[in-house]
Design a protein around this ligand. Structure first.
Ligand code: MG
Length: 160
């Protein structure tokens, strides 16, 4: 029987005025953007960590160190593509993803279909295998104060 494995990912980025806001592989119009060494796409980073975790390949910071200048400002879609390649090299493909992003603004729901279209081909799965959800934090905590954005993801991977 072919092996299946599950992984979990979590990421946070600080939000500040004057930065672009990349989420799920696209740029959203927002009063505040995410700060980070790469393009700070918190949703893709959580998905990368879920995939790496499922394959027991450590995490995104281990695979792509933020001390390495080649990753400065990098489009996180490229990191996700590399993660999928690492999975294939270890004998696995992506099964499905389920992720939740927690933030107060902007509204994410109108953009979910676009994000699925962008991420599915990189993950080499159907759009139906990329479940993306969004929630606010009911004004509580750092997410609720719009000081940051958090994302959680689980991923299933299957032996090739
Ligand atoms: Mg990150």
């Amino acid at each position: 029987m072919k092996k299946i494995r599950v992984g979990f990912g979590y990421d946070v980025h600080k939000l500040e005025e004057g930065y672009p806001f990349y989420l799920g592989g696209i740029e959203l119009e927002a009063a505040k953007g995410a700060v980070g060494h790469s393009d700070a796409d918190v949703l893709i980073h959580a998905i990368c960590d879920a995939l790496l975790g499922a394959a027991n390949l450590r995490d995104i910071g281990y695979q792509f160190p933020d001390t390495d200048p080649q990753y400065k400002g990098i489009d996180s879609k490229k990191l996700l593509k590399e993660v999928v390649q690492l999975l294939y090299a270890k004998g696995y493909k992506v099964g499905n993803i389920d992720a939740t992003v927690a933030l107060e603004a902007p509204k994410v729901n109108p953009h979910i279909a676009t994000m699925q279209k962008v991420l599915a081909p990189i993950l080499q799965v159907d759009e139906d295998d990329v479940s993306l959800k969004a929630t606010t934090s009911e004004k509580l905590g750092f997410v609720g104060r719009s000081e940051g954005v958090a994302a959680y993801a689980v991923a299933l991977i299957q032996e090739l």
